[in-house]
Write a protein of this length. Structure first.
Ligand code: FPP
Length: 259
């Protein structure tokens, strides 16, 4: 798609109804490589270009939070050589991109059991977090060695500890208590969850947080997920009516009152 056509397509977006938080399950790097008779690692390397592109346009469009499922707890079970390649790629990308992220006012956050990552990757990530800590634009949440069940287990341990110390009564535990002890505390739930690569499942990602998210599945493989495909997802999101359990009439009445 030409730059002009992309600009026209962006013009179709209603800037007042942009999602505040977009979460993405980036899938299809391996198939992208296989289709070209290339190594899976080349698919992941190409996937990094998509990461950079989607981060950039999200920032330009004023999206506040972008969460990327970069490495799941289950991904540790992949062949060791692939895990090593991914780890190297993640560390290298963060080191290389941090100056640009700072320039574009993008703040890095980490979600997941990052202590499991190789020490040098942890260093690159923590350096990136520190270097971007003052940034006030897009918040880029990288999920690494993350799974929702891991997160919910951690949260349960944390809250049980508070109960044990007598700091909280079990009867006083509310949904807010749980939300406040997740890794996403202080971060609004995703409005839109995108999964690329054609599979239509959640794969242990943000299970608590996506209770009311709009889900968008696309067959486009992650390395091919360009700005055009992303704008399609955002346009589709804007056609959805988010009811949060209410009736359509109630939602229209609230929207009319707010306008
Ligand atoms: C899924 O494709 C993709 C991954 C498991 C890794 C995604 C990670 C990156 C693109 C690098 C991210 C880097 C940073 C800095 C955030 P797959 O291998 O499962 O593809 P397949 O289903 O076609 O085999």
């Amino acid at each position: 798609m030409s730059e002009q056509n992309l600009t026209e397509k962006i013009g179709l977006l209603d800037m007042k109804r942009m999602p505040r938080h977009v979460a993405i399950i980036m899938d299809g790097n391996g198939r992208w490589a296989r289709q070209r008779e290339r190594e899976r690692s080349e698919g992941h390397a190409e996937g990094v270009n998509s990461v950079n592109r989607i981060t950039r346009i999200s920032s330009d469009l004023g999206i506040r939070y972008l969460t990327l499922y970069a490495f799941s707890t289950e991904n540790w079970n992949r062949p060791q050589a692939e895990v090593e390649t991914l780890m190297h790629l993640i560390g290298w990308t963060i080191r290389k991109e941090t100056p640009d992220l700072v320039k574009n006012n993008v703040r890095i956050h980490l979600l997941g059991d990052t202590e499991r990552l190789p020490k040098e990757v942890q260093k690159s990530l923590y350096d990136g977090v520190r270097a971007t800590a003052h940034c006030t634009g897009l918040n880029l949440l990288l999920c690494l060695s993350y799974s929702s069940r891991w997160e919910l287990t951690q949260t349960t341990k944390l809250i049980s500890g508070l109960v044990k110390k007598g700091e909280i009564n079990p009867e006083d535990i509310t949904e807010e208590t749980i939300a406040a002890h997740l890794s996403t505390k202080d971060i609004p739930d995703p409005d839109l969850l995108i999964r690329t690569g054609g599979e239509e499942r959640i794969s242990n990602f943000l299970l608590w947080q996506i209770a009311y998210s709009e889900l968008y599945f696309t067959p486009v493989l992650w390395p091919d997920f360009d700005n055009n495909a992303y704008i399609d997802a955002l346009i589709e999101y804007q056609t959805r009516e988010r009811r949060f359990g209410k009736t359509s009439e109630q939602v229209s009445a609230t929207n009319n009152n707010n306008n």
